[in-house]
Design a protein around this ligand. Structure first.
Ligand code: MN
Length: 230
């Protein structure tokens, strides 16, 4: 790693890559699936911004699982910019998430570890600016998995599939996307939430890009012995 990066991030040494810690794979305990974040398989996390009702969460969980998602997202505690905005269902939301896990076998996440979800810039057409280079930098400096969040970066659902593709190309270990049965009626972040057909289309659209990335990784791994001989 570059010494300048090491110095820049030296206040949080535990996250930096080293010979002892090159890559951390996070195992997610689920009853049905063996899920690893940061391993060789790209992970998809999807679900509503906020847990709203049992029906909303369950319909979304069943749908995103069918579309190939491994982990369900849903905010139970939502500290918002305005104290008058919906603040989340709290413990009741966690109970609903636990129920959805039991019913579908999906793992559950309410907060992501290292996650690119946009940065503040002078650009105003989007909610934030998706920092694809930030993903590439993180993959250089940290041993932890990096997840791309195209939903919060874009702010508008039309942009989410394109940013998801960019996240795949930049080397993210997975994707977290907001999905809602009826985005226009969502209690939070409806404009950036995909509806079910939109999510299906994005997942289909990502397949060749993921295949291309796997192929590239495979080729790189294969070429290593030749490099060593030379
Ligand atoms: Mn949100």
């Amino acid at each position: 790693m570059r010494a300048s990066w090491y110095d820049q991030f030296s206040d949080s040494p535990d996250v930096l890559r080293s010979e002892q810690a090159d890559r951390t794979v996070v195992s997610v305990p689920t009853p049905g699936l063996a899920i690893e974040i940061g391993g060789n398989h790209f992970i998809t996390i999807a679900g509503p911004c906020s847990v709203e009702t049992e029906a909303q969460l369950m319909a979304t969980a069943i749908h995103v699982r069918r579309a190939g998602t491994q982990i369900l997202r849903g905010g139970a505690f939502k500290p918002r910019s305005s104290p008058y905005s919906f603040q989340g269902l709290g413990l009741e939301g966690l109970r609903m998430l636990a129920h959805a896990r039991e019913e579908t076998g999906l793992a559950i996440v309410t907060e992501v570890i290292l996650c690119e979800r946009g940065i503040r810039t002078f650009e105003t057409a989007m909610r934030n600016t998706f920092d694809a280079a930030g993903i590439a930098v993180l993959k250089q400096i940290t041993h932890l998995p990096v997840i791309a969040d195209p939903s919060h970066a874009a702010g508008y659902r039309e942009l989410v599939p394109a940013l998801a593709r960019i996240g795949v190309a930049a080397g993210a270990d997975g994707l977290i996307a907001e999905v809602h049965p009826n985005p226009d009626a969502a209690w939070s972040d409806g404009e950036q939430s995909l509806d079910f057909p939109g999510f299906d289309a994005m997942m289909q659209d990502l397949k060749p890009w993921l295949a291309l990335r796997n192929q590239t990784q495979f080729c790189a791994a294969e070429s290593e012995p030749a490099e060593a001989v030379r």
